[in-house]
Design a protein around this ligand. Structure first.
Ligand SMILES: O=C(O)[C@@H](CO)OP(=O)(O)O
Length: 244
């Protein structure tokens, strides 16, 4: 049996300000730094050790990972960063306040933009300063791979490509892996691992800074999963919107 740990970064400055974030590279809030430290303490207290880590190219996930590894005295392990683990691109909504956007377009529309697998938020205009085409972070990508907006299925496509090409080979070497990523890039991975249908993923929300453990068999089929706290496994019904 193999164990994989997923962690959504701690609260970010824009989670706190209730703004659509996506690929915007915002930092952790003070509460987010604390959540990351706690996650490291929880993992250490529960006896977890990692050989290899994956994260996105966004600082809220990278810093969360570093703080966790620091707490566990594991800062030395190899870490691979990829844009394919980035948060879902939020298109022209990036930077807007979620409550104000709901007042303007209605709760139902905003809920679809936030949680539907198939509805794409409005696209960024390629002339928009928020478009990442000239960001050196993405210089190795074809311009056509830099999104103007994504739905969850778009995110799932790149996350699962990366899962198959880069993460699975490491897990198959019997390395103990942690992935530090984002609400929706992790929802995409969970959707794939648990075979959640598109309409079933709408209500799934992954909390910030709570380690989510997947037990996998030798074929990497899911045996079971659970969140961890200081006392060990958390009953899933305790976490709102968690995986059934
Ligand atoms: O703003 C975002 O990029 C995401 C994650 O914080 O928000 P949502 O809860 O709408 O998926």
């Amino acid at each position: 049996m193999k164990k994989l740990v997923l962690i959504r970064h701690g609260q970010s400055a824009w989670n706190l300000e209730n703004r659509f974030t996506g690929w915007t590279d915002v930092d952790l809030s003070d509460a987010g730094l604390e959540e990351a430290r706690n996650a490291g303490i929880i993992l250490k207290k529960n006896g977890y050790v990692f050989d290899y880590a994956f994260t996105s190219v966004l600082k809220r996930a990278i810093k969360t990972l570093n703080i966790i590894l620091d707490e566990m005295d594991l800062l030395w392990i190899p870490v691979t960063k990829s844009w394919k683990l980035n948060e879902r691109h939020y298109g022209a909504l990036q930077g807007l306040n979620k409550a104000e956007t709901a007042q303007k377009y209605g709760d139902e529309q905003v809920h679809l933009w936030r949680r539907s697998a198939t509805v794409r938020p409005p696209e960024l205009d390629p002339t928009d300063s928020r478009y990442d085409a000239n960001n050196p972070k993405y210089s190795e990508l074809n311009k056509t791979d830099i999104p103007l907006s994504e739905n969850l299925e778009d995110t799932e496509k790149r996350v699962i490509e990366y899962w198959k090409d880069s993460i699975v080979p490491v897990i198959n070497e019997n390395k103990k892996v942690i992935i530090s990523a984002h609400g929706n890039s992790l929802r995409a991975l969970v959707k794939y691992l648990d075979h959640v249908p598109a309409d079933g993923i709408v209500s799934l929300n992954i909390p910030t800074g709570v380690p989510l453990v997947y037990e996998l068999d030798d074929d990497l089929k899911v045996i079971r999963h659970y969140y961890l706290d200081m006392q060990g496994e958390v009953p899933e019904e305790v976490i709102p919107g968690s995986i059934k």
